[in-house]
Design a protein around this ligand. Structure first.
Ligand SMILES: [Zn+2]
Length: 377
């Protein structure tokens, strides 16, 4: 089995000819639809790659996703040469992308500008070094434009062997940033450890309040027609920076937690069980009468978290599955749970009682849902 992960590296725009890259992308698009167009003024090596070796990879991850239609932006697949610290080499010696682990640089030849000896060097991202340490290899790369900015996509691949899970299970319940992502390490039906991971909510709300305050100020200026003044423009760029910072907080946290939990599962050779009922969490927040803006913020990057967790599980070959782990239904008898202050859930039918964020862990423990429960499962 092969696992893949992709990294995007932004290329220096001043060293790239965007129009040239656009032409290469157009050519790639044509190659997709089975047309061989030999452009006399474009490097032959790149065209050989498109019409030769890459044909077989059509539709595979290497070629990127299938273009949606004619003239859709299609990334250009490129071969790589890897030069390792002990001078050993792998790949095509004439490959346009050279990953030089001796000097820790990536060299791009002939793909940034249409000049025979033109090359661009970018620093080797630490991400690649880490993937290679894990036994990964970067046989292919892609160049393309995203929002008119040139990027290099590096595709790391690794041959993996799934392990048979130990008697550990790691259950992950995705809520919202208000209640965090809760996980429980379970062994033989016992919760060994449990934690709710989140963000610094106080700091997060303070930053949000600032965005609102600045927004009001900007609105007032706009009503006076003064939003294009120096003060107005400065305010606008400050609002944009604050919004980006807000978004970055949850994004960074999502990546951090996905990595932490994937590694935890790997360490215990646990079965990873994920509940990603993000919609239910959104409803819970709306029922609390939080403003839609705040709800949106508190739900931001959670899908990214689940996606990243799944990607990492595949990369490290952690066995995983998605399973519904309800927090409002009794895991013992299936009755509706009643919520007490402090987010404590009780079952009036059988007496089950647990903190709301721990209820999903009991659902994960349940060996197999009976017929009665499968309708909620
Ligand atoms: Zn019950």
């Amino acid at each position: 089995m092969e696992a893949h992960r992709t990294l995007l590296v932004r290329l220096p725009k001043d060293k790239c000819d965007v129009d040239y890259i656009k032409r290469l992308m157009a050519l790639t698009n044509l190659a997709y639809w089975g047309y061989e167009v030999w452009a006399p003024d474009l490097p032959k090596e790149i065209q050989y790659q498109l019409y030769g070796s890459f044909k077989n990879f059509k539709g595979s991850l290497v070629f990127g996703t299938k273009p949606k239609g004619w003239f859709a932006k299609t990334w250009v697949p490129l071969k790589t040469l890897r030069i390792y610290q002990d001078d050993s080499k792998k790949g095509d010696p004439n490959a346009p992308i050279v990953l030089d682990f001796k000097n820790n640089v990536i060299r791009l030849r002939k793909v940034c500008k249409n000049e025979p000896r033109y090359a661009v060097e970018v620093p080797m991202p630490r991400w690649i070094i880490e993937r290679v340490k894990e036994g990964g290899d970067v046989r292919f790369a892609m160049i393309g434009l995203k929002d008119d900015e040139p990027y290099l996509a590096l595709v790391a691949e690794r041959v993996v062997e799934p392990y048979v899970p130990s008697d550990y299970m790691l259950a992950v319940d995705v809520n919202s940033w208000k209640y965090g992502i809760s996980w429980g390490l379970i062994r033989n039906g016992e919760i060994v450890s449990h934690k709710q991971e989140g963000i610094n909510l106080g700091k997060y709300y303070r930053l949000y309040d600032e965005v609102i305050r600045f927004g009001k100020k900007y609105g007032a200026l706009k009503r006076l027609g003064l939003h294009k003044t120096v003060e107005g423009s400065r305010l606008w760029s400050e609002i944009k920076i604050l919004r980006m910072r807000l978004y970055a907080i949850t994004r960074d946290r999502a990546y951090f937690l996905a990595s932490k939990l994937a590694r935890k599962a790997l360490r215990y050779r646990a079965l990873l069980v994920i509940d990603d009922m993000i919609e239910e969490s959104r409803r819970e927040l709306l029922e609390e009468k939080l403003p839609p803006d705040v709800v949106k913020l508190l739900m931001s990057n959670l899908k990214r978290f689940v996606h990243q967790l799944e990607t990492l599980a595949q990369w490290y070959c952690v066995p995983y599955r998605f399973k519904r782990l309800p927090s409002t239904i009794c895991p013992i008898c299936g009755s509706e749970l009643t919520q007490l202050p402090g987010r404590i859930m009780v079952c009036t039918n059988c007496g089950f009682k647990a903190p709301r964020d721990k209820v999903p862990m009991y659902w994960a423990i349940k060996p197999r849902p009976s017929k009665q429960h499968s309708r909620v499962g």
